[in-house]
Design a protein around this ligand. Structure first.
Ligand code: GDP
Ligand code: ZN
Length: 358
């Protein structure tokens, strides 16, 4: 049933012109290079993009996992042809440098929730979480922070509270796959028919979570790697999977393993060209206002940088700086509380000691 994949009246309306043209709706559940597997109301069909779509789409218009597409069916071999991609509600995008040209790659389309996954055993890095969150928010989906391996933390509640305080409004969920705790609370963040993805650094426990949700070991899928034409190894397996509770999880190694955003430069990955511009002004402390030799203003003037994109970059930079300042304040306050607690305990022990002497 196509509704299980998130089909709705709203999407039906968006599909009206394609329905008139006799096309069938479906959602891309797997991409393998140029081949797709598409879930339709009846069956899952193998599909390829039509020559016209390939010709006209450009990188952004190319079908990606999670996309809703318009199909024609080929009764001879039971396959299908993708003629159009419906406008995306949200998209996780990566800028990849391929042969020195910049290409946009849609990693996941029509996702509702981005789980920003980080582990509680190592020192929690608030800055890193904020950077992942900034990228998650750019996709248009709702971000949720997931703190894994709570069984390894001495004080998980305090760690979770610190993170919640650094970004009010963003849900924070603690989980332990080992102790099977917090998993229901995590899935409660995603409604049936909604789609979620997990992003985060390697080793934080994303695969373990996915395997637990699916009740099966999918390590074999991780092993599927193919050499691309340049002879480098890339992972080209993509999957959109229906969970027992009706939620969908979009689990692509492209997100999990290559790392959508290198934690240390989340913004830069999405805006690295703008970042480079801001560093090429004549004055190193250029405010990009009326300074002579400002590379940003020059790029806006010659049309190579869209004013909206610059505004977006500035807004996110400010948000990130504010979030980092806040994270630092929270971390300092926590350290102060910790020291105060130690002093109190120390004074109490001295008092007890004196008491004992009397
Ligand atoms: P990924 O790289 O983010 O997919 O991380 P993995 O799922 O491969 O997990 C990395 C390691 O963390 C593995 O050795 C897991 O067994 C371990 N791990 C995952 N979840 C938990 C947990 O809840 N508690 C503990 N103690 N270890 C965990
Ligand atoms: Zn400047």
């Amino acid at each position: 049933m196509i509704e299980e994949y998130g089909w709705s009246d709203r999407r039906q309306t968006a599909f009206a012109e394609h329905a008139l043209a006799g096309l069938t709706p479906g959602r891309v559940v797997l991409q393998h290079r140029d081949s797709y597997l598409v879930a339709t109301d009846g069956a899952e069909l193998k599909a390829e993009a039509s020559g016209r779509l390939v010709h006209e789409a450009g990188e952004i218009g190319y079908p990606a996992v999670g996309d809703w597409v318009a199909l024609s069916l080929n009764p001879q071999d039971g396959s299908a042809t993708i003629h159009a991609v419906l406008p995306r509600d949200t998209a996780l995008v990566r800028k990849a440098a391929v042969d020195s040209t910049r290409q946009l790659q849609i990693l996941a389309a029509n996702i509702d929730v981005v789980f920003v996954v980080t582990s509680m055993n190592a020192d929690l890095n608030l800055r890193r979480i904020q950077r992942y969150l900034a990228a998650a928010r750019q996709s248009g989906a709702r971000p949720v922070v997931v703190l894994t391996k709570s069984d390894l933390s001495a004080d998980p509640e305090r760690q979770a509270a610190e993170i919640a305080a650094s970004d009010p409004g963003c849900p924070v969920v603690m989980v332990s796959v080992k102790q099977s705790s917090g998993l229901d609370a995590l899935l409660d963040q995603v409604k049936p028919g909604e789609t979620c993805v997990l992003i985060g650094s390697s080793g934080v426990g994303k695969s373990s979570l996915v395997n637990t949700f699916l009740n099966e070991d999918r390590m074999a899928i991780r092993a599927i790697r193919e050499a691309d034409d340049q002879g480098r190894h890339t992972t080209s397996h993509r999957q959109l999977v229906l969970l027992p509770g009706g939620q969908l999880i979009l689990d692509t190694p492209g997100i999990r393993e290559v790392g959508l955003i290198d934690a240390e430069d989340g913004l830069n990955t999405v805006f690295d060209d703008v970042e480079v511009l801001t560093r090429s002004c004549r004055f190193s402390d250029c405010g990009h206002a009326t300074e002579p030799g400002c590379a940003v203003n020059a790029a806006i003037a010659d049309g190579s940088l869209a004013p909206e994109r610059w505004a977006h970059f500035q807004k996110l930079t400010l948000e990130l700086a504010a979030a980092e300042q806040k994270a630092e304040r929270v971390a300092k306050a926590a350290e102060k509380r910790r020291l105060a607690g130690q002093q109190k305990a120390y004074r109490a022990s001295k008092r007890d000691h004196r008491g004992g002497l009397r």
